[in-house]
Design a binder for this molecule. Sequence first.
Ligand code: FES
Length: 84
Amino acid sequence: MVSIEICIGSACYVKGSSQVVKDLNALVEENGWKDQVEIKGSFCMKSCQNKWGLGIRVNGKQLQGVTMQNAKEMLKNEISAALN
Ligand code: FES
């Protein structure tokens, strides 16, 4: 099981976190990962203050450099790696 937390704080919302949630749901659907990926919302995880891009954790690891544009690809890579 891969656990993904996406920040729902205001700074991330402005940067498109709601679009990332949509993209992530689509990714899970496309790859048949429904039973293997758990998606949760999270409060601010300080990515905004650290200029790490959108606040996203994969199995507790906080990603850096995520944007609305690259999120789907980055998450695909992270999930694939975590499942293998
Ligand atoms: S608002 Fe998302 S990390 Fe701070």
